[in-house]
Design a protein around this ligand. Structure first.
Ligand code: IPE
Ligand code: IPE
Ligand code: MG
Length: 261
């Protein structure tokens, strides 16, 4: 049976986040320049987004460009920005065909104007799609986001809109760029690196991690299903014991046998 056939469609994560890594090494392996790897990575983005949307996953967040990536050679940064403009234009049709709404997180004001315009157009053109929300993390880093949130909370306290004693975990979440989205339950990173690289530090507090050696341009639908299957085999305890979870499941079964909410 294929991984897709084995998936329990009632137990899919609502939100999957992916650190798309390994484009440069993939290009090098093929004797090409790094930018060739980034271009090839667009196919993996399309495949993964289509697969996620078709399954009914509500949110897919892709780490496309980090705050730290601005420190790469100028040629590569320019090529990535060019590719971004080109991709958001050329993929708009795919987004609409798959009922996908586009959104971004990150310091998008720091992107070149052409990128900002292209993004704004694509976001507007897909805003009525009610299937999946595809969130591109662009010029994003989690520390940047957390510091921004803290600054805005402090400003609201200073302005008397908020009391310091009202600041708690839920309120903090509302100041993050991801405030409209549930936390990702699954975080995937390709290319064999076992690190988070400043991505969604707050939001992945209880995410399951799936690491694969596959380089991003070789990632596709099949491995995405594999990651989801792996996720479905995990026991998510949230600090409780296995025994408590079993008791909770029995309780739920007897109090709500049909499984309806
Ligand atoms: C990920 O691939 C894409 C971006 C970070 C923009 P890399 O460009 O990091 O590829 P490697 O890790 O150098 O192989
Ligand atoms: C993380 O990949 C950022 C993105 C995928 C956009 P990097 O390649 O920049 O991460 P490090 O430098 O290996 O940690
Ligand atoms: Mg990398």
């Amino acid at each position: 049976m294929s991984a897709k056939e084995q998936l329990n469609l009632d137990k899919l994560p609502q939100h999957v986040a992916i650190i798309m890594d390994g484009n440069g090494r993939w290009a090098q392996m093929h004797g090409q320049l790094r930018v060739y790897g980034h271009k090839s990575g667009v196919n993996s983005v399309r495949e993964t987004a289509e697969a996620a949307a078709a399954l009914g996953i509500k949110y897919l967040t892709l780490y496309a460009f980090s705050t730290e990536n601005w420190n790469r050679p100028k040629d590569e940064v320019d090529a990535l920005m060019e590719l971004l403009v080109h991709t958001i234009n050329s993929e708009r049709e795919t987004l609409n065909e798959n009922n996908i709404r586009l959104a971004t997180i990150g310091d998008t004001d720091s992107l070149p104007p052409r990128c900002q315009e292209g993004l704004a157009e694509a976001i507007a053109a897909t805003s009525s799609n009610a299937g999946m929300t595809l969130i591109l993390a662009l010029s994003y880093s989690s520390r940047w986001e957390i510091v921004e949130a803290t600054r805005r909370i402090a400003a609201d306290v200073e302005a008397g809109k908020l009391k310091a004693s009202e600041v708690n975990s839920d309120l903090f979440g509302t100041y993050l760029t991801t405030s409209k989205y549930p936390d990702p339950e699954l975080l995937i990173r390709t290319s064999g690196e076992h690190r988070v690289s400043n991505f969604l530090l707050w939001q992945i507090a209880y995410a399951e991690f799936y690491f694969t050696e596959t380089l991003w341009p070789d990632f596709g639908k099949e491995e995405f299903y594999q990651a989801l299957l792996d996720f479905q085999q995990r026991e998510r305890r949230f600090g409780k014991t296995s025994q408590q979870l079993i008791e909770q499941a029995i309780d739920n079964f007897f109090n709500n046998p049909s499984g309806s909410k």
